[in-house]
Design a protein around this ligand. Structure first.
Ligand SMILES: CCCCCCCCCCCCCC(=O)SCCNC(=O)CCNC(=O)[C@H](O)C(C)(C)COP(=O)(O)OP(=O)(O)OC[C@H]1O[C@@H](n2cnc3c(N)ncnc32)[C@H](O)[C@@H]1OP(=O)(O)O
Length: 186
């Protein structure tokens, strides 16, 4: 993958929270109306994420017809959103609330509508409130049918997430939410 994103040397290893999900368990949505992972978001990505080993998780997403950008192709913002979401969910393994400060995406190959994507993501390390994450996307089956699971690598991303206090960060916005959990100070 090509990227100009700089991951600093000497990061602290990220710590998985003691009660984190077991490998293979489905990662819960943090908000049912979330565009990325919410089951109730009408036009959302509906990313299905699973906890992995260590500081890694995986996710899958079908490239729906309404994700179109160029003719028959995924919109770049949709792929960016999917990377943002899956890396944000990865951070949940640490048991902290963090928001994206930087998102760096490599659109390596065109992705057609109807494709099914598999995302693999891992936390590279932390530095004070900063969390560095890397992800890749593979095509599982270009026709959207069941098929192999180790397809072509079509994209990659890095994310810098910053740990925030949710009761402070969402204090003014939460009244506008269609769903506000106590975790976010509701
Ligand atoms: C939606 C979220 C839900 C959360 C729940 C579960 C998530 C699940 C999935 C969700 C998925 C979707 C997730 C989404 O889509 S989250 C939605 C998109 N993101 C946002 O809305 C964030 C908006 N930005 C901010 O609120 C602030 O700027 C933040 C909080 C990020 C930092 O402001 P704050 O005043 O708090 O921090 P600080 O300035 O003291 O900086 C602290 C450190 O960070 C470093 N730094 C900061 N910015 C940058 C930068 N651009 N490049 C490089 N470095 C940067 C800075 O140098 C310093 O480093 P150091 O001095 O320690 O070396």
């Amino acid at each position: 993958m090509k990227s100009t994103f700089v991951v600093p040397d000497g990061l602290e290893p990220a710590q998985r929270r003691s009660d984190a999900l077991a490998p293979g368990d489905r990662m819960p949505s943090h908000n049912p109306m979330c565009f990325g992972c919410g089951p109730d978001a009408p036009n959302g990505l509906h990313l299905d994420a699973r906890a992995g080993e260590g500081m890694a998780i995986t996710g899958e997403m079908l490239v729906e017809p309404h994700f179109e950008g160029g003719p028959g192709m995924i919109h770049g913002g949709i792929l960016s959103s999917a990377f943002d979401e899956i890396m944000g969910m990865n951070v949940m393994l640490m048991g902290v609330t963090a928001v994206t400060a930087v998102l760096d995406v490599d659109f390596a190959k065109p992705i057609q509508l109807g494709s099914r994507l598999r995302f693999s993501t891992e936390i590279l390390g932390t530095q004070r409130r900063k969390i560095y994450v890397r992800a890749v996307a593979h095509l599982i089956d270009g026709d959207g049918n069941s098929g192999g699971d180790t397809g072509e690598e079509v994209g990659g991303a890095h994310g810098l997430f910053i740990i925030v206090d949710p009761s402070v960060h969402f204090r003014e916005s939460r009244a506008k939410s269609q769903f506000a959990s106590p975790e976010f100070g509701a």
